[in-house]
Write a protein that binds this ligand. Structure first.
Ligand code: SAM
Length: 280
């Protein structure tokens, strides 16, 4: 990293509850020379609440390319800048990528101040396996593209997560039900950390019924988490390996059982671990 340059801090901010901001985030936002915010009016409320009066300017998807030049200039003049978005972690379906990329190319230090993200919050309460998951941002807006996107991951074994808006949540759930079938386990996390936080869990048909029945539950912000497909019979290890795994699962913690079963049977450890998660 070069010296005599400022640092760009990528600062996570609350996704609803204003108390969800770290002590370090508050300190950094106070200490930097400038804050680049997705929407300065929106962020002012948070900054006021924490007594932060650092000068702010806008960096959003419509002025991003132009704003990057200004931020690089500040950093090259040894000014520190913090990037924040309206909520959660910048760059996660939010502005910031061109800026971080430009800093990387210019050898400017970029430092994270981690904190809330709707994605991580939803995953953490979903009750679905998280040893491996895939996040794909917002589901496509049109039905054809959405169904196509879901169909491509129909047989994937890992958990999947998507952001969704109130305008499309019902359509998205109907498509999930159509493409993945009635029995796939899902979690729809609504308004996390806010007053009407609502975590809907069940099969696609159960959660769809919850949303169809109650219009209030279709309001707000959503993360959809979908369980991976169950392994097909042809994907399963031989019966002997499954028997060994089941015996060990009865006696040992999951990770240890999968690891030992792999050593005994010669099967792949990760494959047995995935099966063990599902069997538990
Ligand atoms: N960068 C943000 C983050 O790290 O959480 C996400 C920004 S993205 C533009 C906004 C989307 O995140 C919303 O449309 C919704 O899908 C999801 N989201 C944000 N806040 C949420 C909340 N409190 N509860 C559930 N989903 C939320």
């Amino acid at each position: 990293m070069s010296n005599n340059r400022g640092t760009l801090y990528i600062v996570a901010t609350p996704i609803g509850n204003l108390e969800d901001i770290s002590l370090r985030a508050i300190r950094v936002l106070k200490q930097v020379h400038h804050i680049a915010a997705e929407d300065t009016r929106h962020s002012r409320r948070l900054l006021l609440q924490h007594g932060i009066d650092t000068p702010m300017f806008a960096l959003h998807e419509h002025n991003e390319r132009q704003a990057v030049k200004g931020v690089l200039k500040l950093l090259q003049e040894e000014k520190d800048v913090a990037l924040i978005s309206d909520a959660g972690t910048p760059l996660i379906s939010d502005p910031g990528f061109p800026l971080v990329r430009a800093c990387r190319e210019a050898g400017i230090r970029v430092s994270p101040v981690p904190g809330p993200s709707a994605l991580m919050a939803a995953l953490s309460v979903s009750g679905l396996p998280l040893d491996s998951f895939c996040f794909r941002g917002f589901l496509p807006r049109t039905q054809a593209a959405r169904r196509d996107c879901l169909a491509k991951l129909l047989t994937a074994n890992h958990t999947q997560a998507y952001y969704e808006s109130s305008h499309r949540i019902l359509h998205a759930l109907r498509d999930l039900h159509e493409v993945l079938g009635a029995e796939r386990e899902i979690c729809v996390a609504r308004e996390l950390t806010k007053q009407y936080e609502d975590i809907m869990q069940g099969t696609t048909s159960e959660v769809l019924a919850m949303l169809e029945k109650d219009e209030m539950r279709r309001r707000g912000e959503f993360v959809i988490v979908i369980a991976g497909a169950a392994p097909r019979e042809t994907d399963l290890p031989p019966a002997e390996a499954m028997r060994v795994l089941d015996v060990l699962l009865g006696e040992l913690p999951l990770k240890q059982a999968a690891s030992l079963a792999a050593r005994i049977t010669g099967e792949k450890k990760n494959r047995l671990y995935q099966l063990a998660l599902k069997r538990r």
